[in-house]
Design a protein around this ligand. Structure first.
Ligand SMILES: Cc1ncc(COP(=O)(O)O)c(C=O)c1O
Length: 422
């Protein structure tokens, strides 16, 4: 395994591998695609291209904090949207007209693979003459309105760390094919040079993880990941450090100033990818359809349970979407996480509290109707569909209760609560 030996041959091999990845994604989406080292990096590039500093961007408060920090790093003001409490998609009708009129862009999340209402958002953005961005990190196989998620926005970004499981890599797709070269140039200007040590850490990561997992050393696995700089948060949200953040925001747009926030869980997010990394990502992407089929089957199983949200949007084929995680809605999420963890089913990708509660009005416009986001964030138990059978067994055995219906959040006239799936 030759890692980090840079030369003309290696540059040629890297270019070939990048082009192959881009061609695969172009085939899936029908759009021009540029390989990026991470989804967050691709989003930064897109936001910088379309949005002048100071612009206001509508986004979901139930989202990874890293994305929030990317918006800040691009010099933009996040505006938190009201959400549908059952799947955390943007509730278009609940966004006040005054807010629509103040926006310069909309960013979707497609949380856990459940699509945001892209056709409606596209129509709104067209009417306002503003760009739509799709964060398709969780939604590489999802569809909405007869198109893949990622084929609605002026630009969309994918993470190859999620379904593809490559633990690195992303794709920036653009609606206007003429922008491909511009995007490539912007990426090249912002990429940090490749580091042999980073390539080595990437190469050995699966072996290190497998070794400690094989020995059932969960704590050791966690410490190893920390040492490799691959995980660093102890709570769901990373510490905000508001004073330091305010200093960084004053320098925005500036990715380097926001690096301590943007890099969390992935220190290589802006590093030029080496050929070994590109080769592994390519192999993972080649197996994507297999993974998506397994995710769809697991999603169908989880959606047939009493903890399933009733309104999860189906794909256009009438089948379940191949979700990245299935947000079951349970009464006591933390208790459910504990019983699952005891049986080796690890739950991640929690986004609680919502971003406006986490960061406050200094750093974001808060949602005009925050209750639904809070309800979803508190009750959603994101289960990996690839572990569906084991998870259902544990939840049944433990007698985990579904969350009470959030009807009263959207319908003040509603009678008392009933179980969510009922
Ligand atoms: C919704 C969402 N978008 C984007 C990202 C960033 O993806 P990446 O790690 O490839 O930058 C994440 C990371 O988990 C995410 O959860």
């Amino acid at each position: 395994m030759a890692i980090g030996v840079a030369g003309p041959g290696s540059a040629w091999a890297s270019a070939q591998r990048r082009e192959r990845l881009e061609a695969t994604m172009r085939g899936r989406l029908g759009r021009e695609c540029v390989y990026v080292p991470s989804c967050r990096f691709g989003l930064f590039v897109a936001l910088r291209h379309w949005c002048p500093p100071g612009s206001r961007v509508l986004m979901s408060p139930v989202n990874d904090d890293v994305i929030f920090f990317v918006v800040l790093a691009a010099g933009l003001r996040p505006v938190q949207a009201p959400l549908n409490p059952l799947d955390a998609s943007i509730d278009i009708d609940a966004v006040p007209e005054k807010v629509w009129g103040s926006l310069s862009a909309v960013l979707t999340t497609n949380l856990y693979g459940n699509p945001d209402p892209a056709p409606g958002l596209r129509a709104r953005c067209d009417a306002l003459g503003i760009p739509l961005f799709e964060d398709a990190a969780h939604a590489i196989g999802s569809e909405v309105g007869g198109r893949p998620v990622g084929a609605w926005g002026d630009a969309s970004v994918f993470s190859l760390s999620k379904h593809a499981g490559a633990q690195a890599g992303g794709v920036l797709a653009v609606a206007d094919p003429r922008l491909r070269e511009t995007m490539e140039t912007s990426c090249a200007e912002l990429l940090a040079p490749r580091r042999a040590t980073a390539e080595l850490a990437y190469a050995v990561r699966p072996y290190a993880e497998a070794a400690v997992r094989g020995l059932r050393l969960r704590r050791a696995a966690w410490v190893t990941l920390r040492l490799l700089g691959l995980t660093e948060r102890e709570e769901i949200r990373m510490p905000l450090r508001p004073e330091e953040l305010a200093r960084a925001v004053a320098l925005a747009p500036d990715l380097a100033a926001h690096d301590p926030w943007v890099r969390v869980d992935m220190h290589d997010y802006r590093l030029r990818s080496g050929r070994f990394r590109l080769a592994r990502i390519g192999r993972r992407l080649d197996r994507l359809d297999e993974v998506l089929a397994a995710c769809r089957a697991g999603t169908e199983l989880l959606l047939s349970t009493r903890w399933a949200p009733p309104s999860t949007r189906q794909g256009d084929t009438g089948r379940a979407q191949p979700l990245f995680r299935v947000p079951l809605l349970v009464a006591d999420r933390d208790a459910a996480i504990t019983v699952l963890a005891r049986r080796g089913v690890v739950v991640g990708y929690l986004y609680d509290p919502p971003l406006d509660d986490y960061a406050g009005g200094t750093f974001t416009d808060v949602s005009p109707a925050p209750q639904a986001a809070r309800w979803f964030a508190r009750h959603a138990l994101p289960v990996d569909p690839l572990q569906a059978r084991a998870a259902v067994e544990v939840l049944e055995e433990a007698g985990v209760r579904p969350a009470e219906s959030p009807q009263s959040l959207t319908d003040p006239a509603a009678e008392g609560p009933g179980p969510v799936g009922g």
